[in-house]
Design a protein around this ligand. Structure first.
Ligand SMILES: NC(=O)c1ccc[n+]([C@@H]2O[C@H](COP(=O)([O-])OP(=O)(O)OC[C@H]3O[C@@H](n4cnc5c(N)ncnc54)[C@H](OP(=O)(O)O)[C@@H]3O)[C@@H](O)[C@H]2O)c1
Length: 243
């Protein structure tokens, strides 16, 4: 049966690849903020695979933007089966000794507040869904300390606690899990990571390569398909961090 799937930040990178991966036979709500043209291409790719695509723009760093997105989704569907809280980013690198209040607000709003708000607002739609689940996008930066990404790592770590708490509160009807990507080559790194840093991480990664957005998309699909997992975060990082 066709699933109704909302992916935030689906214009580029991991969200775009997940939309393509989940497209066949499903209805995908492709959210974007600034990247309208790339989002249109994702929508075309979804439709080429017999999926149905809806494009919705919203700035998720504000409550108003989150509410507007959920309202637009509600105008088009009575239920949701999957919410992938994927929108996020590091904004800019800085040292823990040089914390900037407005940067902290921006990073937490984009990564943490949007995930919590979208979860909260989508619960009524998910409660009407078929085997509904939420997947949050965390990060390797939460796992073993990430110099110059300390604010971002802290914002993503909060998602881990929220995932577990929500998984208990929303059980047994709605499952809540997370993915924690390692270094995945997407526009994320074009914005904030130097080539030398990428090379260093690759050398330190047991599998000696960086990830592709598909490595995360297939983990998201696994978490949708396996309905006995909740409260879990799956690490996908080529062995750069092992539990
Ligand atoms: N790539 C990695 O190595 C890596 C590692 C760990 C975790 N992650 C996480 O994976 C997720 C996806 O990142 P990515 O690597 O795929 O990078 P990306 O290609 O830069 O994607 C980021 C997405 O977030 C959206 N976004 C940015 N600002 C927004 C805002 N104010 N309101 C709403 N949406 C906004 C972007 O939309 P527009 O472009 O349309 O504005 C874009 O679709 C993020 O949560 C990131 O933190 C990535």
């Amino acid at each position: 049966m066709s699933k109704q799937i909302l992916i935030t930040g689906a214009s580029t990178g991991i969200g775009a690849e997940t939309a393509r991966c989940l497209a066949p036979g499903n209805e995908i709500f492709i959210h974007y903020n600034a990247s309208e043209e790339p989002a249109r291409i994702v929508a075309e790719d979804v439709e080429k695979q017999d999926g149905k695509a809806h494009l919705i723009q919203a700035d998720l760093t504000t409550e108003k933007g989150c509410r507007a997105l959920v309202q637009s989704v509600s105008d088009k569907t009575e239920k949701l089966d999957v919410l992938f809280n994927n929108a996020g980013g590091l904004i800019r690198r800085t040292a823990a000794g040089a914390c900037d209040w407005s940067l902290m607000q921006e990073v937490f709003a984009l990564n943490t507040f949007s995930t919590m708000m979208m979860t909260s607002l989508c619960i009524p739609l998910l409660e009407k869904g078929e085997a509904p689940c939420i997947i949050n996008n965390s990060s390797l930066a939460t796992r073993h300390g990430a110099p110059t990404a300390t604010i971002y790592g802290a914002a993503k770590a909060a998602i881990g606690a929220f995932t577990k708490g929500a998984a208990k509160e929303l059980a047994p009807k709605i499952r809540v899990n997370a993915v924690a990507p390692g270094v995945i080559l997407t526009p994320f790194h074009d914005k904030v990571t130097k080539a030398e840093q990428l090379e260093l991480w690759q050398d330190n990664t047991p599998l000696k390569r960086h990830g592709h957005p598909m490595h995360i998309a297939t983990a998201v699909k696994f978490l949708i398909d396996n309905d006995f997992i909740t409260g879990e975060t799956i690490d996908i990082n080529g062995g750069l961090f092992m539990r």
